[in-house]
Ligand binder design. Sequence first.
Ligand code: ADP
Ligand code: MG
Ligand code: MG
Ligand code: MG
Length: 399
Amino acid sequence: MTQYHPLTIQDAISLAKKIPGHFRKDAELSCREIGDGNLNLVFHITDENGKSIIIKQALPYAKVVGESWPLSLDRARIESEALNIQHSICPDLVPQVFYSNRELAITVMEDLSDHTIMRKGLIEGTAYPLFAKHIGRFLARTLFYTSDLGMNQQEKKERVKQFINPDLCKITEDLIFEDPYRDSPNNSFSEDIRDEAEALWNDTELHLEVALLREKFLTHAEALIHGDLHTGSIFATPESTKVIDPEFAYYGPMGFDIGAVIANLLLNYSAQPGWSSDEQTLHERRERLLRMVSDVWTEFETNFRALWNEEVLDITAKTPGYQDLYVQKILRDAIGFAGCKMVRRIVGLSHVADIDTIEELAIQEQAKRTALAIGKSLIKINRNAVSIGEVIQKAEQAA
Ligand code: ADP
Ligand code: MG
Ligand code: MG
Ligand code: MG
């Protein structure tokens, strides 16, 4: 029973009963598998009174384009350990883990079904007025407190070891930083934008920037990053934000997580002509999304600088000018990574519903071209950018 096997519904129910403090031994439990089934199983278990928990289990392979791609089960350990660290740093923004089991590759956690996956909410036009404040604080605190700025450097080195995550990092290295820029069998795009894909394969200026960003992803062990912080990894309501699914977590560049959030807001921005019923709505939603992009950065920067000023112990971190250069580096990286994340969602293996579920194909095509225009320009400006305003400007120009 403790040896690894994919759980059945019955297994999930028996397991749920054994976790102390949740269900009575004689409780009538019902269980549904609610994951998308590509990488992981997600079981939702409830009793007669509506008390509920989630059991997430990693599968030893990923199902991609009908093929099986072996994937280490160790990512379940990484996910539960990352959730625990993030929860200890931001208890209101991360689900609580109740139990985890390495052999079975499971994480048992708080049920967040009263929240909506943010990608879905944004497609439906929901406003999230507190999102930027919440995610800015999440980013600043998780990145600061897991870095050499916020923890003892020897302990940090132990953490780096704890979060070596080669299989999942390779997915990012290949699918984000490599395939979209060459004619790879892993790419996937609609024929109506073949001209755009081919332009990417021939854009040597872009290739140099992406090579430099890939190098940062491979080598810059700055902080414990989430690694997959798109709007499908965020549960939200207008009042609350919860970050889930850190199975890609490893020690990497801080800008990668910030860039992921910005990219996904801008993908939704690009897609809005497919979701807004009239010009006025389109205008309002796009303004709101750009405001969110700008506020995510500002909230991150404000919180991060405050932590630096109040919590840093090292004398070197007080060197005049150092904090400003450090923050500028994070901004530039965030802009570059945001661009890469937008491009891959249009021509690479895995797309986003914001764009791909637009019914009218001409509007869908235009949304793809808008997203690519923004993504490419962010990649090209990243090394010289000085403010988040440049991102807003590029988005407005492309729309
Ligand atoms: P994957 O790594 O396979 O993408 P996720 O952790 O993103 O798995 O979960 C997949 C889906 O399962 C989510 O989109 C959500 O619908 C559901 N889910 C995951 N965690 C929870 C949770 N704590 N509460 C409620 N639903 C959840
Ligand atoms: Mg998924
Ligand atoms: Mg997910
Ligand atoms: Mg995942």
